[in-house]
Ligand binder design. Structure first.
Ligand SMILES: NC(=O)c1ccc[n+]([C@@H]2O[C@H](COP(=O)([O-])OP(=O)(O)OC[C@H]3O[C@@H](n4cnc5c(N)ncnc54)[C@H](O)[C@@H]3O)[C@@H](O)[C@H]2O)c1
Length: 391
């Protein structure tokens, strides 16, 4: 038995308590401390978790607190100073999405983590979702053919943020899922939007990411919609997937539907599109809280010395896309080229346990709680069978 990793969570507002609950539930984690400037929030969480120490000043988590790792769930504009202080104090660091307010800040955090051999992870939670992993499996297996385009909608009424627009708040989830499914980074982005409630802070945005082979993704983000919508349609050349994250059951449905052009025709009268309508199939999805898997993965990476699936580089790349979306907004929706690594690491398997080895310096043994880093086992891949009705 190794000792549980000692951990602290900064930020106990809306999202932080979910991280506290999940880390508390993991047997190899000792959630020792929580921190929030807001005493009322701290008091509330301490009443739920009486054994956990609560502090209002962040520096108390660094000096003499004897923690292995820190989790940052504060407003985005505070991520960089808190994360940098955490890394400089030798703590493995988890930062909620988006990683920081600028790519320069993200780059600096990546560099500090690499120099010090510390794990740096970003909270791209949906890449730990069984539904998203299943979609990736189906797409990689070739069951829907070549991806034509992806359309994502993430809408609800609020929660309004003061320091970022809705694209920086909601689109990171969709961008990370889209990149994962596409298996590469986008070539360019255009974004248009409008600010209806807070002047200068867009509450409705439409982002379009352009990928190689004429593929694209449209991402609609809104804080100004009466319904909570978390929906993504992945249109393939053979079939189409509809992913509804709000649906209690059948989060993924595969439609055996497509349109084909006839290969040859001599007269216009002979020409007609062939519409194919087949079965709708819903694969089994394991019920598992993505956030729990994400929290466990952070602990596993600290112990094994591997880079997280959603590491600092991914956080940096995503913030570059968000910066480009803001530049496009300022240019009235004109496309902004990205120049990101075309294949990056997006195609890699994110199935549980398929941890990529870190390319930076090895994490000192002291930071591994006395355990040797162990190579993770690749999980078995299962083929999805789709019933097909011939036209
Ligand atoms: N992964 C997800 O699915 C997901 C979902 C929601 C929010 N988030 C992210 O979580 C982060 C927090 O969002 P939120 O909605 O909980 O914000 P929030 O404003 O509700 O909570 C932030 C909390 O941090 C505290 N805080 C701010 N600065 C601090 C400091 N210097 N020291 C200590 N405490 C400080 C505030 O008092 C507040 O209680 C954001 O980055 C957001 O994007 C992620």
């Amino acid at each position: 038995m190794t000792k549980p990793l000692k951990l602290g969570v900064v930020g106990c507002g809306y999202w932080g308590p979910n991280l506290v609950r999940n880390f508390r539930s993991l047997p190899d984690c000792n959630l020792k401390m929580i921190c929030d400037l807001n005493e009322a929030r701290l008091k509330h969480l301490k009443s739920v978790y009486p054994g956990v120490q609560g502090v209002t000043q962040f520096h108390h988590m660094l000096n003499g607190a004897d923690l292995d790792a820190l989790v940052i769930a504060t407003a985005v504009d505070t991520h960089y100073p808190l994360a940098k202080a955490s890394l400089l104090a030798g703590r493995h660091t988890f930062i909620e999405k988006p990683m920081a307010s600028s790519s320069a800040q993200c780059q600096e955090l990546v560099d500090v983590a690499r120099e010090r051999g510390l794990v740096l992870m970003t909270g791209h939670t949906f890449l730990y979702s069984p539904a998203v992993r299943k979609i990736k499996e189906i797409v990689d297996h070739g069951d829907i053919g070549e991806i034509r385009y992806i359309c994502a909608r993430r809408l609800n009424l609020g929660l309004y943020q003061k320091d970022i627009n809705v694209a920086w708040d909601l689109a990171p989830h969709d961008i990370s899922i889209v990149q994962y499914i596409m298996g590469e980074a986008p070539l360019s982005v255009n974004c248009s939007g409008s600010a209806h409630v807070t002047p200068g802070v867009e509450d409705v945005t439409m982002m379009c990411l352009t990928f190689s082979k004429e593929r694209s993704a449209i991402i609609h983000s809104s804080w100004l919609d009466p319904r909570k919508v978390r929906e993504m349609t992945i249109v393939g050349s053979k079939r189409m997937i509809v992913y509804d994250d709000v649906a209690p059951l059948e989060k993924i449905r595969i439609f055996d539907a497509r349109v084909e052009r006839p290969p040859h025709y001599d007269t216009f009268a002979e020409f007609q599109y062939a519409y194919h309508y087949g079965d709708v199939y819903s694969p089994y999805i394991k019920q598992e809280e993505p956030l729990k898997a994400e929290c466990q993965h952070f602990l596993d990476c600290i112990r094994r010395g591997g880079a997280p699936l959603t590491d600092g580089h991914q956080g940096l790349e995503l913030v570059r896309i968000l910066e480009a979306s803001s530049a496009s907004l300022n240019k009235g929706g004109a496309p902004v080229a990205l120049g990101l690594h075309k294949n990056g690491d997006h195609g890699r398997s994110l199935l549980a346990g398929s941890v990529r080895r870190a390319t930076g310096p090895k994490i000192p043994a002291a930071k591994l709680n006395g355990r040797k880093p162990s190579a993770p086992a690749d999980p078995p891949r299962t083929a999805i069978k789709i019933r097909v009705t011939q036209p």
